[in-house]
Design a protein around this ligand. Structure first.
Ligand code: ASP
Ligand code: MG
Length: 403
């Protein structure tokens, strides 16, 4: 048996937490499990480091920022290793560069190209415990790179794949994925098993428990992830392949995201190339467009409405106003008080009437649906942000998810 254990910031947040984390590693090692460990920076550390850089400069260079923030993980790896050695466990800490994480050169959002895991493999095969820094690697020119916020999850999955581990255990401060946010619906229940696809939908809606890229990577290589708490020794949520044999509920969970804004452009000429003309400049500005609705054109003109992350609202609005003028469109309007609510579940594939049930439920609560979009395993509506809690609770109940 071989596992990779990854510990997030709160699990290494102080010396006492590092001891608790060492208990978990020690137990696995004593069970004879070949164990490799990936750590994040102590909680708050990455932000603290970035804060200092931003005090000194309003345009710190990404290369220097990567050298800076990668130190956070190095501290936790060394401290955990010191604690394990103190217990006579043969532990060795390594930075991403030493551990063979080769990436491209996109500082602060680098992608892993390959992992040369020979050294780490030798350690685990000899019953030793390599402790490596998550979140970082090295590009072909020898520059330190980082993988984007939350990137330690992706490091953990990548090393699990490279070591051909049986699984990747991700320890965090929550005990699993819930059917919805328990702060909104106290009746939310823990999901024992969730498919990669469902997990990706949850993650893309801002459920920050796992970096989306780590789930994509795990899905591609069929690496099971066990997301669990380092504070309590109880089973968490297993993220794995869809279980074909199980009878499924209509939906698995309800997710939401308040970080949304919508923009409408009216009366633009309806001919080929218009969507490209509207969205091209928005994409060039690095703004992610999400839900898009275009109505049927009347007298050769049509309207397009779409959503963007709230923090990009103003810049997207400016860009679209300019395009509208150039295209001879009628007007642009926007609203940054909207939110998305989604129901998610692979069960949708085999149950009919799921969408209808969602719309009926929202209608009963007098919630106005402003936009709708669907995928095979998700139905999303855009509504007023003040009605999110109500919508989430009503849907959770309507689909029988209440514990
Ligand atoms: N320390 C990094 C961050 O705060 C990476 C991680 O924790 O996964 O984003
Ligand atoms: Mg994280």
């Amino acid at each position: 048996m071989r596992v990779v254990q990854k510990f997030g910031g709160t699990s290494v947040g102080n010396v006492d937490r590092i001891r608790k984390t060492a208990d978990i590693v020690e137990a696995s090692w004593k069970d004879g499990v070949q164990t490799a460990v990936v750590v994040s920076a102590m909680s708050g550390e990455t932000n603290r480091l970035l804060g200092m850089a931003n005090e000194l400069s309003n345009r710190p260079q990404p290369r220097e920022l990567d050298v800076l923030v990668s130190t956070g993980e190095q501290v936790s790896a060394a401290l955990l290793s010191i604690e394990l050695q103190n217990r006579d466990i043969p532990a060795y800490s390594y930075t991403g560069m030493q551990a063979g994480f080769r990436t491209d050169s996109q500082h602060s959002r680098a992608r892993i190209r390959n992992v040369e895991a020979g050294k780490l493999l030798a350690h685990v095969e000899q019953g030793e415990v390599p402790i490596l820094t998550g979140f970082q690697g090295v590009d072909e020119h020898g520059n330190i790179t980082t993988l984007g916020r939350g990137g330690s999850d992706t490091s953990a999955v990548a090393i699990a794949i490279a070591l051909k581990a049986d699984g990747c255990d991700i320890y965090t401060d929550v005990d699993g994925v819930y059917s919805t946010d328990p702060r909104i619906a106290p009746s939310a229940c823990k999901i024992d098993r969730i498919s990669y696809e469902e997990m990706l939908e949850f993650a893309s809606l801002g459920a920050k428990v796992l970096q989306s890229r780590s789930v994509e990577l795990a899905m591609r290589y069929k690496m099971p992830i066990h997301l669990r708490s380092s504070f309590e020794n109880i089973p968490g949520t297993i993220v794995t392949e869809e279980d074909e044999t199980m009878e499924r509920a209509e939906i698995t969970g309800v997710a939401y995201n308040r970080d949304e804004a919508k923009i409408t452009i009216r009366g633009i000429p309806d001919h080929p190339g218009i969507a490209a003309r509207v969205f091209g400049p928005v994409a060039e500005a690095g703004i992610n467009v999400d839900v898009i609705v275009q109505n049927i054109s009347e007298e050769g003109h049509s309207d397009i409405t779409f959503t963007v992350p709230r923090q990009d609202f103003q810049s997207a609005l400016d860009i679209v106003r300019k395009s509208c003028e150039e295209m001879g469109g009628r007007k642009v309007s926007g609203d940054d008080t909207v939110a998305k609510v989604s129901i998610i579940g692979v069960g949708m594939r085999s149950h009919s009437g799921v969408a209808q049930k969602m719309f009926d439920t929202l209608a009963k609560e007098k919630i106005n649906i402003e936009m709708i979009t669907t995928s095979e395993i998700k139905i999303t509506v855009v509504i007023d942000e003040n009605q999110v809690d109500l919508a989430v609770r009503a849907l959770h109940t309507a689909f029988d998810l209440d514990a």
